[in-house]
Design a protein around this ligand. Structure first.
Ligand SMILES: Nc1ncnc2c1ncn2[C@@H]1O[C@H](COP(=O)(O)OP(=O)(O)OP(=O)(O)O)[C@@H](O)[C@H]1O
Ligand SMILES: [Mg+2]
Length: 278
């Protein structure tokens, strides 16, 4: 029985290779699509009816800021283009999609996110909270799931499969880039490139560490309300640094687990909700 990390690695391989899961290996039933409209990345995830990854596509985002659509036509065009590309790969139409929002955003902003999906000719299945989507992939029913993306840190606390709290604060990977740019007097693009260079990861982490501490403080503010909560799962691109988990664990005094492919957990989780809301 493959675990979440195996499934995430499979999805990562499909996405990077531009490959698809062959039809004969898929469960019968309609394909499910998850559309993650992130601040840094747009990701489309396709699974079969049993939740097995079938295909995926990602591109840089420009029209979304912390769950707010700031370039509506540009984002719709991007999602349409990505949908068409996946349909061409799969040789079939993609009909139904779920999407997600950072927890606690304004209902009007959530509506705009849903409108993007419909304007890209998807039937909108539902809109879920990002960390809740991630929790579904990871099989977490008890614990906290933290999504540290480009723009925000989102936290959902689950007990017995029920969401007890969902919180989102504006601190993410973009803030790390800003701190790096400020410290080294770099242009933002140069700072972002440096941040993503594995050869410089140690030096970079030393400089962005205060942002990680801030993220951990945000998470502590939520999880400390739940003294019996012992495990925190971290996902999202900004947790990619090797030392990230240790810094979080020290600050939170709890076990911190980082899955394989942290950038892909939330997008894949969103697709798992596309079968709902019928
Ligand atoms: N290897 C890496 N090391 C450090 N940071 C990384 C790495 N890979 C990606 N990131 C950062 O992760 C962020 C993107 O993560 P993700 O795709 O989860 O965000 P998003 O979903 O677009 O944003 P949000 O959820 O906040 O709207 C960017 O700030 C990016 O620079
Ligand atoms: Mg995200």
């Amino acid at each position: 029985m493959p675990g979440p990390d195996d499934i995430l690695r499979d999805f990562g391989a499909l996405l990077r290779e531009g490959a698809i899961l062959p039809r004969e290996e898929r469960a019968a039933g309609p394909l499910r699509v998850g559309v993650d409209l992130g601040t840094a990345n747009l990701v489309l995830a396709v699974t079969d009816a049993a939740g097995r990854p079938v295909a995926g596509l990602t591109e840089r985002s420009g029209g979304i800021r912390d769950g707010i659509v700031v370039d509506y036509p540009g984002t719709v065009r991007a999602v349409r283009r990505m949908k068409a590309e996946l349909e061409a790969r799969l040789g079939e139409k993609l009909l139904r999609a779920a999407t997600a929002i950072p927890p606690g955003i304004h209902p009007g902003a959530a509506k705009a996110i849903g409108n993007v999906i419909e304007a890209a000719d998807f039937e909108l299945a539902c809109i879920v909270d990002e960390p809740v989507a991630a929790a579904r992939v990871l099989g977490v029913t008890d614990g906290a799931v933290v999504d540290v993306g480009g723009g925000t840190t989102g936290i959902s606390v689950l007990r017995g499969g029920t969401v007890l709290a969902s919180v989102d604060e504006a601190t993410g990977g973009t803030h790390m880039t800003l701190v790096l740019a400020g410290a080294l007097r770099l242009e933002l693009a140069a700072a972002e490139a440096m941040k993503l260079d594995p050869a410089q990861a140690r030096d970079v982490f030393a400089l962005v560490r205060p942002v990680v501490d801030k993220m951990a403080a945000i998470v502590a503010g939520v999880v400390d309300r739940y003294p019996t909560l012992d495990t925190v799962h971290v996902v999202g691109g900004a947790c990619s640094f090797e030392e990230f988990g240790a810094v979080f664990a020290a600050r939170l005094g709890r076990r911190v687990i980082k899955p394989a492919e942290p950038l892909l957990v939330t997008p894949l989780g969103i697709a798992l909700f596309a079968g709902e809301g019928r």
